[in-house]
Design a protein around this ligand. Structure first.
Ligand SMILES: C[C@@]1(CC(=O)O)c2cc3[nH]c(cc4nc(cc5[nH]c(cc(n2)[C@H]1CCC(=O)O)[C@@](C)(CC(=O)O)[C@@H]5CCC(=O)O)C(CC(=O)O)=C4CCC(=O)O)c(CCC(=O)O)c3CC(=O)O
Ligand SMILES: NC(=O)C1=CN([C@@H]2O[C@H](COP(=O)(O)OP(=O)(O)OC[C@H]3O[C@@H](n4cnc5c(N)ncnc54)[C@H](O)[C@@H]3O)[C@@H](O)[C@H]2O)C=CC1
Length: 219
């Protein structure tokens, strides 16, 4: 499988099933999308502010198609405990050319519209995702926990180097020197240490590195 990043801003996501798994998926997508959770009963869980629709669709592709046509989602997540219902929604979504996430199913994906939700570490704007091709979700979760420490400060590093990148372009520093300077900053232990401890001198440490590479007074 090849990871891609989707922007769900302004899109609708349907989650079928209101158990703990449906709630986890709803929380996940509600940070960007308008999420609709369809189920006859809802677990006492956080659904991330998603809209809950109390209904019990039958295991019938036509009924599932009605739901998909009415809500026009970018993604359908199947998370009921009834395989036939999940199957009906997966079929309806595929027929509509919509992405499907089978939460109840780890094998036999049916082409590129069948997507897996990875374990995710977010240090905005940095995002890291781990998956195991469905083999071991518990391992994805464990590796995600380990990556959380590793990525500490990465969001601030992304912002700092985005600013430097713009400034290096504005100052018309030649592209090879600009690239070298940015590579040096993202590898510099002093810059990382400042960003991780929240000290304000991260920018100063980065400026020292850039100055050494570009050989002019910086900034
Ligand atoms: C295929 C996939 C489809 C999808 O949902 O996209 C899928 C399917 C299934 N998961 C099952 C079980 C568990 N899932 C978790 C946890 C997570 N599962 C997630 C993703 C995925 N799960 C996709 C593959 C990802 C990959 O490739 O690794 C994560 C990463 C993302 C998320 O869901 O948000 C999230 C961790 C988030 C985090 O914390 O970072 C735990 C751990 C726990 O609960 O502590 C367990 C119990 C332990 C175990 O089984 O490993 C079962 C069996 C159900 C049963 O036995 O009844 C199925 C169905 C089957 O296997 O048939
Ligand atoms: N992807 C993942 O990370 C995981 C996936 N699973 C799978 O996900 C499924 C759901 O897990 P849980 O939330 O723990 O199950 P659960 O049994 O707690 O919840 C099932 C939900 O589906 C709803 N439901 C039942 N029939 C329905 C219908 N016709 N239409 C709409 N909703 C309906 C129920 O009302 C309930 O809200 C499990 O069957 C399992 O296969 C389980 C654990 C982790």
């Amino acid at each position: 499988m090849i990871p891609l990043f989707h922007d769900f801003d302004g899109a609708t996501v349907i989650v079928v099933g209101g158990g703990p798994v449906g709630a986890r998926k709803a929380r996940r997508f509600a940070r960007e999308a308008d999420v609709v959770v369809v189920a006859p009963t809802f677990a006492d869980a956080d659904f991330g502010g998603a809209e809950r629709v109390r209904a019990e669709p039958a295991a019938d592709p036509e009924e599932a198609t009605d739901w998909v046509e009415r809500t026009d989602p970018a993604l359908v997540v199947t998370a009921t405990d009834d395989t036939d219902v999940n199957e009906a929604f997966a079929t309806a979504a595929r027929d509509a050319g919509t992405l499907v996430n089978r939460a109840d199913h780890a094998e036999d994906r049916e082409g590129p519209m069948d997507v897996v939700v990875p374990a995710t570490v977010r240090e905005d704007p940095v995002v890291a995702a781990v998956a195991t091709g469905g083999a071991s979700p518990a391992l994805s979760k464990y590796l995600r926990e380990r990556l959380e420490d590793e990525l500490d400060g990465a969001g601030a590093m992304a912002e700092l180097t985005a600013d430097l990148r713009e400034e290096l372009k504005t100052r018309e520093i030649p592209a090879d020197q600009r690239h070298e300077a940015l590579r040096a900053v993202v590898r510099d232990p002093r810059v990382w240490k400042s960003l991780r401890t929240g000290k304000p001198n991260g920018r100063q440490a980065a400026d020292d590195v850039v100055g050494q590479v570009v050989g002019v007074e910086w900034p």
